[in-house]
Design a protein around this ligand. Structure first.
Ligand SMILES: Cc1ncc(COP(=O)(O)O)c(C=O)c1O
Length: 407
């Protein structure tokens, strides 16, 4: 019989090395609890959380309403499958529809799965309306849409793709934010064009208005569906509920996940009625998706982050963070460029971002990398102004450490 081990950080790190598939590089501390914008390790050290579980913990850690909702919901029904009606699912679907461009929602369990769903719906839409040959998909350089074979096929990064080829055929990558290249790529055989309005994993690159407007127009001309991947930039991260609202460009489908259920796994595909009309019972499904517990938590998140006061605060704190980061960037010789919107920021560095990620643990800040050289900040949307000051102070200390190491 195996022991159940509750050990020191070093024991846990060793167990991870020996038993978990080694697909992640993790620092050598073990996180045990969180409170607001802070997480704590097994030695009681506090870290200000500039990652928020990669844009997941929008309401911070141990949010009282989230905790109470999970407790109460667990006393009722956790899961029954999608073979039966449950009320929280339909209330959440109605709320998502009322607060977006969409008419219908398909629920799933992650961002990757939402992308898979969007691609399948677009394929079926094209087949039904245009015949069997309209199967191509346009994606863009710098894109990240997930790791399963379909989502990976529209993810541009070569090192993620190469070991697993052949992927789904018929995908073309056009240069991001290049209007004429997008117009050229969106031809009659294209069924779907997939865009992150603000690219996340490749280093926080906002789309230009011109690019999204022209891509929308090209989709209309070619009869292709426009899919916005708002898995990372959606749900208030950029200061509006949906990133597309900054551009006044409306998609046919939109994918969501990350913050939707406060850290419980949940994804969603939002779509117009025209797209929904092609799908029939049995065409797609998921065992776990949109159970009563996860939907009640998502309802809390959606209600909180879509409140006008909450969104105004995100915008205000976003401006404040941007000014503090600009001051840091001006002083630090390592920072080449600052990009972002709302509470989604990337600092392009002259050194590997992993060195700042590692240095951050000394002053006690969590940051993450986006691409090889970009330090990414995605704090909880509930972070306060003094906590932003503290986060930037600790980030400045991490940058100074790296400066000394590289001098
Ligand atoms: C824009 C975007 N799309 C899709 C995904 C995949 O989401 P998940 O990791 O939940 O499968 C991610 C994850 O980082 C993402 O940032």
């Amino acid at each position: 019989m195996k022991d159940s081990t509750k050990g020191q950080a070093s024991d846990i790190v060793a167990l991870e090395r020996n038993h978990v598939l080694q697909t992640y590089r993790r620092p050598e501390f073990v996180l045990v609890r969180g409170e607001g914008a802070y997480v704590y390790d097994s030695n009681g050290r506090a870290y200000i959380d500039g990652v928020a579980g990669i844009a997941v913990n929008a309401l911070g850690h141990r949010d009282p309403q989230t905790v109470a909702t999970i407790r109460a919901a667990a006393e009722g029904l956790i899961h029954v499958s999608n073979l039966y009606h449950t009320e929280p699912q339909v209330l959440l679907a109605r709320a998502l529809v009322e607060r977006s461009f969409a008419d219908r929602v398909f629920f799933c369990n992650s961002g990757t799965e939402a992308m898979e769903g969007a691609l399948k719906f677009a394929r079926k839409f094209a087949r039904q309306d245009y015949g069997d040959d309209k199967t191509h998909i346009v994606a863009f350089t710098g894109s990240f849409h997930g790791r399963t074979l379909g989502a990976l096929s529209i993810t541009a990064t070569e090192k993620y793709r190469a070991p697993f080829e052949p992927l789904v055929p018929g995908v073309r990558f056009a240069p991001f934010n290049d209007v004429s290249a997008a117009e050229e790529a969106i031809t009659e055989e294209v069924c779907a064009v997939v865009v992150e309005p603000v690219q996340g994993e490749s280093g926080i690159h906002p789309a230009t208005r011109d690019f999204l407007e022209c891509t929308r127009a090209a989709c209309n001309r070619a009869g292709a569906l426009l899919v916005f991947d708002e898995v990372q930039c959606g749900l208030a991260r950029t200061g509006t509920l949906w990133a597309y609202q900054h551009y006044d460009v409306v998609p046919d489908l939109m994918t969501l996940a990350k913050p939707l259920a406060a850290g419980l796994p949940m994804g969603a595909v939002l779509m117009t009625q025209a797209v929904a009309d092609v799908m029939v019972p049995g065409d797609h499904g998921s065992t776990f998706a949109a159970g009563p517990l996860v939907c009640q938590v998502a309802q809390v998140v959606l209600d909180r982050v879509s409140a006008p006061d909450f969104l105004a605060e995100v915008r205000e704190k976003g401006h404040y963070l941007s000014s503090r980061l600009s001051a840091l960037a001006e002083k630090s010789p390592l920072v080449r460029e600052l990009r972002g919107m709302g509470l989604m920021w990337g600092m392009e560095c002259s050194v590997e971002s992993d060195s700042v990620f590692a240095a951050g643990s000394r002053p006690g800040i969590l940051v993450c990398s986006a691409g090889p050289n970009v330090v990414r900040l995605l704090p909880p949307l509930t972070i306060s102004q003094p906590e932003i000051d503290e986060m930037v102070k600790r980030l400045t200390a991490a940058f100074s450490d790296v400066e000394q190491e590289t001098a």
